[in-house]
Ligand binder design. Structure first.
Ligand code: GLU
Length: 311
């Protein structure tokens, strides 16, 4: 796969795409296309309790409606939904386990959230005492009824990301990120493991997504490299905030594509998003394809973008 630039859309079908998702998707598409690269559509339907196939269809339709296309992906091609990729996650898990990098964890709060990406307000707790249980404590838990989740034991090591938009970002894995769940107690593999394995095995070279996942990038890079693969380059896009300062979120039902498609034509919505992202001077209608030639991350603001006055 060397030499090929490949970006990705990686939505989770847990709700309709909102304005913020559309801004990140537009930037992901422009990033790949402006570099002459490919883009794939991977459906992140890892969590059976939070995945609805009706949303998956709508998400793909919403991206196409805005004028964004992809070269391969769900549902046209096999192997592009996480539900079909369990064998790869299992192989990675087994590899980490055989190298002593996994331990059992009985902390339930961490595990509830582990199959979805950590978005605002969902701080995922890190390291815990389960890593250093004494032999009797471990034996007691193993004999209990509750099955454990599994965590990756991260080293005391600083990982540096050169973010394509934000520049250098450093994180000490142990002190700042902490150990993280790679598999839930019900057997579902966790977001951090799945996304890392998928990006590496699918030959993704450019991960463009919203800034709330910046702090996940070092652990993903570490996982990929620990598994002997090449990590992609990362670029994190600004988060959009509502007029009251709140970050837009799928879970709050903010300005989602059902409403936006009623209000705007694709070119109108694209123009407003492009304006918010600093790509054009006025919020005038534009086709996504017309933005490719002039795209540069240097035009995109850093920090949050307030949508007031535009939406
Ligand atoms: N599937 C995640 C989400 O929709 C995004 C994961 C990623 O881009 O790494 O929130």
């Amino acid at each position: 796969m060397s030499g090929i630039i490949r970006g990705r859309f990686a939505p989770s079908p847990s709700g309709r795409l909102h304005l913020g998702n559309m801004a990140s998707s537009l930037l992901a598409w422009l990033d790949a296309r402006s570099l002459g690269g490919e883009i794939i559509f991977r459906l992140e339907d890892l969590d059976p309790e939070r995945s609805y196939m009706d949303y998956a269809e709508l998400m793909a339709g919403d991206l196409r409606w805005l004028g964004l296309d992809w070269d391969a992906g769900w549902p046209e091609n096999a192997g592009f939904s996480q539900g079909e990729r369990t064998e790869y996650y299992r192989a990675a898990f087994d590899e980490l386990e055989s190298r002593g990098l996994i331990y059992r964890c009985w902390c339930s709060r961490a595990e509830r959230l582990a199959a979805s990406a950590p978005h605002p307000g969902e701080a995922h707790p890190g390291s815990c005492r389960c890593r250093s249980l004494s032999a009797p404590e471990l034996a007691e838990r193993l004999h209990g009824k509750r099955p454990p989740a599994y965590k990756a034991a991260v080293p005391d090591e600083t990982v540096t990301i050169i973010d394509g938009h934000l520049g250098k970002y450093k994180q000490n894995l142990a002190r700042e990120g902490g150990d993280f769940i790679v598999r839930r107690s019900d057997g579902v593999f966790a977001y951090q493991l799945a996304v890392s394995v998928d990006d590496a095995l699918m030959g993704v070279t450019r991960v463009v997504r919203a800034e709330d996942l910046l702090s996940s990038a070092p652990r993903q890079k570490w996982l990929i490299e620990t598994l002997g693969m090449t990590a992609p380059d990362y670029a994190h896009a600004p988060l959009l905030t509502a007029p009251d300062g709140r970050k837009l979120s799928k879970r709050d039902g903010d300005l989602n594509m059902a409403e936006l498609r009623e209000r705007y034509t694709p070119e109108e919505l694209c123009g407003r998003l492009a304006y918010l992202c600093g790509l054009i001077d006025r919020p005038e209608p534009v086709k996504a394809s017309e933005l490719v030639a002039g795209f540069s991350w240097s035009k995109v603001p850093r920090g949050e973008i307030d949508i007031s006055g535009v939406f």
